[in-house]
Write a protein that binds this ligand. Structure first.
Ligand code: ADP
Ligand code: MG
Length: 259
C-alpha cells in the first residue's frame, strides 16, 4: 500500500513526475477567533484514496470543504486538478466540474424523479442534450446498483438508496476526484453497507477520493492513506495498518473511545 503523503513527492514510473490530484500545503482556516485548521498539508496522487478520521470538531469537514472552495482559506495553498483553489481568480465552474462532493444529507429534489435529479447538472452546467444526459444517468445508476429506479421519486426510496442516487448524481458530472463527508452517518446500520460497497467499488475502479468517515474498518481496508486529524492538525498519517499500531496517545485514545 502506497503512502500518499510521501509517494506524492516520488517520481512515478519511467521517471515521470505526476502532479498530485489534490495537494494542501500549510492550510490555515479560522472562523472568527476559532482556529480550525492550523497548518494542514497532504497530497493525494491520482487513483488513491485518503480517509480522514478524528474526533468531532477536529476540522475534518472544514478541510474537505476547503478543497471544493466551499470555505475560503486564510493562508497556505490548495491545488486540485491543476486549479489553484486559494487564488481568488479561480474559475469555480471548472473546479466544481472536476470535484464531486457528497454530504451526509443527500438533498435530492423531492419533486423530481431520480433520473431528473441526475440529469439536471449535466444539462445545466455542461449543456448536454437530454438524450446524452439520460445515457449518463443510466450508466451512473448502474454503477450504484439502482438501474431500475430511474423513474422513482426520492420518497419512494430508502435512505441508503437516496444516498446512492446522490453519489450517482455526483458521478454524472464525471469528476476527477470525489469527496465524501460522513455519507453513512445518517443511515441505519443495515443501510450503511450498501453505500460503503458503492464507494469501495469506486476505489477499485481507480477513482481518486477523500473520505471523511467514522467507519474505521472500512477506512483501514479501502484507503491507501489514513489521516488522523486532531485539533486542526494532521496528527498522524500512514497506511490502513496504522490503526492497529497508533503512534500517538491521541490516536490511541480516539480508537479506544471513539467520537
Ligand atoms: P469535524 O468535521 O471534524 O467535526 P468541522 O470542520 O465541522 O469538524 O468543525 C471544526 C470547527 O469549526 C468546529 O469548532 C466548528 O464549530 C467550526 N466551524 C465549522 N464550520 C463553521 C462555520 N461555517 N462557521 C463557524 N464555525 C464553524
Ligand atoms: Mg464533520
Amino acid at each position: 500500500v502506497a503512502h500518499a503523503a510521501l509517494s506524492a513527492q516520488q517520481p512515478q514510473q519511467q521517471g515521470q513526475q505526476q502532479q498530485p490530484v489534490v495537494e494542501l500545503k500549510d492550510v490555515h482556516k479560522s472562523f472568527g477567533s476559532n482556529q480550525v485548521l492550523k497548518g494542514v498539508s497532504f497530497a493525494i496522487p491520482k487513483g488513491q484514496v485518503v480517509a480522514i478520521i478524528g474526533k468531532s470538531g477536529s476540522g475534518k469537514s472544514t478541510a474537505l470543504r476547503c478543497i471544493d472552495r466551499l470555505e475560503i482559506i486564510d493562508s497556505g495553498t490548495i491545488n486540485v486538478c491543476g486549479h489553484a483553489v486559494h487564488d481568488p481568480a479561480i474559475d469555480l465552474r471548472q473546479l466544481r466540474q472536476d470535484v464531486g462532493i457528497v454530504f451526509q444529507s443527500y438533498n435530492l429534489f423531492p419533486h423530481l424523479t431520480v433520473e431528473q435529479n441526475i440529469t439536471l447538472a449535466p444539462k445545466a452546467v455542461k449543456n448536454l442534450p437530454t438524450a446524452k444526459a439520460r445515457e449518463i444517468a443510466a450508466r451512473t445508476l448502474q454503477q450504484v446498483g439502482l438501474a431500475d429506479k430511474a423513474q422513482a421519486y426520492p420518497e419512494q426510496l430508502s435512505g441508503g438508496q437516496q444516498q446512492r442516487v446522490a453519489i450517482a448524481r455526483s458521478l454524472a458530472m464525471e469528476p476527477q476526484v470525489m469527496l465524501f463527508d460522513e455519507v453513512t452517518s445518517a443511515l441505519d446500520p443495515q443501510l450503511t453497507g450498501e453505500v460503503l460497497r458503492v464507494i469501495e467499488a469506486l476505489a477499485q475502479g481507480g477513482m481518486t477520493m477523500v473520505l471523511v468517515t467514522h467507519e474505521m474498518e472500512f477506512a483501514a481496508r479501502v484507503a491507501d492513506t489514513i489521516i488522523y486529524m486532531h485539533e486542526g492538525k494532521v496528527w498522524e498519517t500512514g497506511p490502513g495498518a496504522m490503526l492497529k499500531n497508533p503512534q500517538t496517545a491521541e490516536l490511541r485514545d480516539f480508537l479506544s473511545h471513539g467520537l
